[in-house]
Design a protein around this ligand. Structure first.
Ligand SMILES: NC(=O)c1ccc[n+]([C@@H]2O[C@H](COP(=O)([O-])OP(=O)(O)OC[C@H]3O[C@@H](n4cnc5c(N)ncnc54)[C@H](O)[C@@H]3O)[C@@H](O)[C@H]2O)c1
Ligand SMILES: [Zn+2]
Length: 378
């Protein structure tokens, strides 16, 4: 018998991609999503993401902060993929209560219901993030593996952006972040993601419902919200380029991220749904490769063929990390996951998709002004 899967946040970028893949595999898919205007715009009929799943899944418009919405959505479900969340790292530094309410509160409500009501739920998959690691893992020639603390405002103000050894203050070399690396988020967002994980693993164990959590790196690809100025660097740059504006790059442009293609992320998540070996594990999902932000900007400009000035501004946001890339040995060894799409190929698919989209006015500057006003952007 095919299983019933509930995807919260299933109208979003990652959720809709997983939903379509699960439908192809014969699952019955229900989506619980509030159609947040920050992602879908004021009129969801114009939301490409929502349109992808509309009429194909059993759609419930609702909020994960609302018990009735959860109860309705949970009826007859076997597997829960909990993705609904607020996702902007920078925004989470001033919209603190909202981030805690939706990300932690929403997850708490789910477990409250699963603990107190009889349901058919057999497994819960939770989206976590690389943001829980804060700065990734580094190696110091003197002190071995180290976890640099948040960079100091006064260093960054001088243009010194690299992290230092927290013990000897010397130079450190970046290495892949393994799942057992130190958890020390530098944003409210990261903190909420870690709490979601811990709460789910702990309560899941106590009531015998297997939990799998995924620490996604920077996910990109077709469908990524072009409306949300708070997250998704490829989308943000694309909107700026298409609007004919200059790109202002934070720091010195050499900060790096691990960009993982959407289809690979969906496939990794589905492995967790289907494989028992995944139960009660937390997995990194990335490529294990790092790309600097300047390269991202230049590659996009080249793909669109629109001359764009790139200014390396030296500005920075408090709470941002310098580097992070995943060590993906665990998910490879336990679930057989290997990412299939290289950054070069993936960014090509992404740019082709953007070329077919209607591009809205670039409101990135407004989001920066918001951070400046709150003293979080320097
Ligand atoms: N995209 C990434 O790079 C990335 C990286 C790490 C982790 N994640 C995590 O993966 C998950 C999905 O991310 P995404 O990129 O698809 O984000 P997204 O913003 O595209 O999708 C999130 C969906 O959740 C919905 N939503 C928001 N608040 C809600 C609420 N209160 N109730 C119900 N629905 C609500 C939104 O309408 C949206 O459709 C999130 O939990 C995010 O933290 C994403
Ligand atoms: Zn040292």
């Amino acid at each position: 018998m095919s299983k019933n899967v509930l995807i919260t946040g299933g109208a979003g970028f990652i959720g809709s991609t997983i939903a379509l893949k699960l439908l192809k595999k014969g699952y019955q898919v229900t989506v619980l999503d509030s159609l947040s205007p920050q992602i879908h715009g004021e009129n969801p009929d114009n939301s490409e993401l929502y349109q992808r799943i509309k009429g194909k899944v059993n759609f419930i418009k609702g909020d994960v902060r609302n018990r009735q919405d959860w109860e309705k959505a949970l009826e007859n479900q076997n597997i829960i993929v909990h993705l609904a969340a607020e996702t902007g790292t920078g925004q989470s530094m001033y919209d603190i209560q909202k981030y805690v309410d939706i990300n932690i509160g929403g997850t708490a409500l789910l477990w409250d219901i699963l603990t107190n009501k009889k349901t058919a739920v057999e497994k819960v998959v939770v989206a976590s993030s690389r943001a829980i690691y804060g700065e990734g893992r580094y190696h110091c020639a003197k002190d071995g593996d180290v976890y640099p603390i948040e960079r100091r405002d006064e260093d960054m103000a001088k243009g010194d952006f690299e992290v230092k050894c927290p013990i000897c203050n010397g130079e450190v070399e970046l290495v892949g972040t393994t799942e057992d690396s130190k958890i020390h988020p530098t944003s409210t967002y990261g903190l909420t993601k870690h709490t979601q994980e811990e709460l789910s693993l702990m309560i899941g164990k106590s009531i015998g419902i297997p939990v799998v959590t995924y620490r996604y790196q920077n996910v990109y690809g077709p469908g990524q919200s072009l409306k949300n100025p708070y997250t998704g660097i490829l989308s943000i740059f694309s909107t700026i380029i298409k609007n004919g504006n200059d790109i202002n790059i934070f720091e010195d442009g050499l900060e790096t991220r691990d960009f993982v293609y959407i289809d690979d992320v969906a496939d990794a998540t589905i492995l967790g749904i289907e494989k028992e070996e995944a139960n009660f594990h937390s997995f990194n999902v990335g490529t294990g490769e790092k790309t600097d932000v300047l390269t991202v900007a230049k590659t996009l400009i080249e793909k669109y063929g629109i001359p764009t000035e790139v200014k390396v501004s030296g500005n920075y946001r408090l709470g941002d990390i310098r580097h992070n890339f995943a060590d993906i040995s665990l998910i490879h060894n336990l679930l057989g996951f290997t990412p299939k799409v290289s950054f070069d190929e993936g960014i090509g698919h992404f740019a082709d998709w953007v070329n077919q989209q209607e591009i809205e006015k670039d409101n990135y500057e407004a989001s920066i002004a918001e951070m400046k006003e709150k003293g979080l952007y320097k």
